[in-house]
Design a protein around this ligand. Structure first.
Ligand code: ASP
Length: 444
């Protein structure tokens, strides 16, 4: 039988009504056997996520302040769900355990994890599934990094004998039993690890949108949703700021070629976006899948006659960055120039020193820095071979009077990266989207 892992995010588990929707979704397809659950998220825009409530509570305890009210508010969030669903769950005992932890040596990761820990047990009791605590099967090293091989073995051993289970998302533990969490939104990563451990046929990621949109809806009016996407396209779009799936959630599933389907709990019949290794032949007519971007970039430009003559100029430049542990986003070399795109926040404390060092070590003919830039990625595996997408995009920027600081188009043709001034970022996204919108239309 087919096995599907279904991860439900915070908004999908925010209250009892959402739990009921999940039950219907699972009843519709019994191959959805392994569920990964987040902590309750926001029920309405100004609501507070339970994870944030737990972290607030931890902070009060850490500062020696009163945390009883926080604990009570957290308890109430769960109690409301338990009462409405009529589930048998010893919430008071669990809250007492958390209270005891807070009175001893409060730990932020332990506290952050309790939302998933409690919510998953309540969901498991409601569904009649087995609860699996990832403290036993998501294995962290002491430095907080994930032990992937061990996790795969432990997770597979824990899940294989079970007919169905709810695994709490977001955390695991090291060999001493100390709780570690992934970064925020990390239940997506747990879902992918579960899918990989049991070699699932499909990893469904249920959220509150019907898949990935081709552009940020806060900038572009009703952007199209994307039906199919490759893993590489997704990684690029999420790295560039499209927030639909945690960046680290792609690899465990993509290594085994497990498709990831982003679905909407509030609109379960929508097909959502399916992310695959190889785009299905014939289904993808358009070359560009989406546009996303990041603000807060700086560009350092170094000029010296014959940079590219093999004398190691570029290597010295990159060594300077490596020695400073300073990652760069892009490095473009021309006949006489090297252009480096670096996140501005990383330069904040070392900019002057860095410029001085470049001057001393490379004696450039010209050295300059441009700040307050944004980088926009126009992403599409089909790239530019099959279309005039690049031409359309650049023409659109020109017509909108937007100055282009850098253009980077790798041979992989996955994406076109364009640097534009931050104050024109939104205009640029709109102009680019409008230029590719007609081709997106063709695909629907
Ligand atoms: N509850 C955690 C967060 O709010 C993890 C998650 O929902 O994936 O970040």
């Amino acid at each position: 039988m087919r096995t599907v892992v279904a991860k439900f995010g915070g908004t999908s588990l925010a209250d009892a009504g959402q739990f009921q929707k999940i039950k219907c979704i699972l009843e519709k397809d019994p191959s959805r056997r392994f569920i990964v659950a987040s902590a309750p998220g926001k029920r309405f825009p100004d609501d507070i996520k339970v994870t944030d409530m737990l972290l607030g509570c931890y902070q009060h305890a850490k500062n020696g302040e009163d945390y009883e009210k926080d604990l009570n508010d957290i308890k109430n969030r769960f109690q409301d769900i338990i009462d409405a669903l009529n589930v048998d769950f010893p919430l008071s005992n669990e809250i007492d355990i958390i209270r005891k932890h807070l009175s001893e040596e409060p730990d932020s990761q332990y506290m952050a994890s309790r939302g998933e820990y409690l919510n998953s047990q309540i969901l498991a009791a409601y569904l009649g599934f087995t609860f699996v605590d990832p403290a036993w099967c998501v294995c962290f090293n002491e430095d907080g990094s994930l032990d992937s091989a061990m996790t795969k073995r432990a997770m597979s051993a824990a899940l294989r004998p079970l007919k169905n289970a709810v695994v709490a998302g977001f955390y695991g533990a090291d060999s001493e039993g100390r709780i570690h969490t992934f970064s925020r939104g990390g239940s997506d990563v747990t879902g992918s690890l579960v899918a990989s451990a049991i070699q699932a046929d499909l990893y469904e990621n249920w959220t509150d949108v019907s898949g990935l949109l081709a552009a940020d809806p806060r900038i572009v009016d009703s952007p199209k949703s994307v039906e199919y996407l490759s893993y590489r396209e997704l990684r690029t779009l999420s790295y560039m700021g499209a927030s639909v799936l945690h960046t680290d959630a792609v690899l465990p599933a993509s290594n085994l070629g497990i498709p990831i389907n982003i679905r909407n709990t509030n609109s379960p019949d929508d097909p959502g976006t399916t992310i695959v290794r190889k785009l299905p032949e014939g289904k993808i007519k358009y070359p560009v899948v989406g546009v996303a971007g990041r603000l807060g970039m700086s560009v350092i430009q170094v000029e010296k006659v014959m940079v590219s003559d093999g004398s190691g100029f570029s290597a010295v430049m990159l060594d300077i960055l490596r020695e400073r542990n300073l990652p760069f986003e892009q490095c473009l070399t021309g006949i006489d120039t090297i252009t480096l795109v670096i996140r501005s926040d990383l330069l904040e404390t070392c900019k002057d020193e860095l410029m001085e060092e470049i001057k001393t070590k490379l004696s450039p003919d010209y050295l300059g820095i441009k700040e307050n830039l944004s980088m926009i990625a126009v992403v599409g595996e089909r790239g530019t071979e099959t279309s005039d997408a690049n031409v359309k995009v650049l023409r659109a920027l020109d017509e909108a009077g937007i100055e282009i600081s850098t253009i980077n188009q790798g041979a992989g043709k996955l994406n076109l990266l364009i640097g534009v001034p931050e104050e024109r970022y939104r205009d640029a996204i709109r102009a680019i989207y409008a230029s590719i919108d007609s081709s997106l239309n063709e695909a629907q």
